[in-house]
Design a protein around this ligand. Structure first.
Ligand SMILES: [Fe+2]
Length: 266
């Protein structure tokens, strides 16, 4: 599959999520799931780090029901569909990964008595998942977020949280991490989001290395840590130009190719 060098499949998927109208994205996702468009061994040469962990918080409950949709009749809130993939560190899609989501309701409350807005599911053979839910409400002390535990078969559990772009509290919530930002778009009165997980699962021995995976990183450019970048700012990194999508102060680990929610390749 022809791809520009230096762009991982993960980045391409995120770029597609930013650039392609929703119906086309959905069609693309459908093709990906049937294997017509994306190869099972993706290109991946930008050294993506595993998705960072976050604290579990006080509201996790085990034994959630298995379901991809957390919607219930009469549930208040903006409808939200989150789609994405789970990859290993070799960018290999990971199937049968347990994803256990829990979140606050439209009023910012967790259901600690039952399992409202809690559910687990498994990625398909292509590593894909779809969560149908509502946009979680805010509660004191936190920015908007969705909790999730992700576990590949016979591997440790990753506990983390997913965030929404352009939330005022993202700048004050000390737990907020832009590497965990979803891309979110409005679709009518609803929203569609995407996020790809990378779990610390190495490719199986004998799995062909993705093209270019042995190429050493090529940092360098105008991007630097500890800089306050504003929306629209342009930098170069490893020979590629990026535009800032959201104001932030840069730091090591948030290099433009690692944080597509902050930097768009131009
Ligand atoms: Fe929470």
């Amino acid at each position: 599959m022809p791809e520009p060098s230096g762009i991982s499949r993960k980045s391409l998927l995120k770029a597609a999520a930013l650039a392609v109208p929703a119906p086309l994205l959905m069609a693309g996702a459908a093709r990906a799931m049937t294997g017509d468009r994306l190869e099972p061994t993706p290109f991946c040469d930008d050294g993506d780090d595993p998705t960072p962990p976050q604290i579990e918080g006080p509201y996790f409950k085990p034994s959630s029901p298995q379901r991809g949709s957390l919607l219930e009749p009469g549930m208040a809130g903006t409808r939200l569909t989150v789609t994405g993939y789970v990859f290993g560190t070799g960018c290999q899609p990971l199937g049968n990964v347990l994803l256990d989501f829990w979140q606050a309701d439209d009023n910012g409350a967790y259901d600690n008595a039952g399992f409202r807005l809690r559910g687990h599911q498994y990625t398909n053979a292509q590593g894909a998942f779809t969560l149908t839910t509502i946009v979680p409400g805010l509660y004191p002390g936190r920015t908007r977020h969705i909790h999730v535990k992700a576990q590949a078969p016979n591997r440790p559990v990753l506990t983390t949280q997913l965030y929404f772009p352009n939330e005022p509290r993202n700048t004050t919530d000390t737990l907020f991490d832009p590497r965990l930002l979803m891309t979110v778009r409005p679709v009518g009165s609803a929203k569609e989001a995407s996020f790809d997980f990378v779990l610390s699962v190495a490719p199986s021995p004998g799995t062909p290395s993705p093209s270019g995976s042995s190429r050493p990183p090529q940092p360098g450019g105008t991007w630097a840590p500890d800089i306050a970048y504003a929306i629209g700012a342009q930098v170069t990194y490893a020979g590629v130009t990026y535009r800032c999508l959201q104001g932030h102060t840069s730091m090591a680990g948030w290099e433009p190719p690692n944080v597509p929610a902050l930097w768009q390749r131009v």
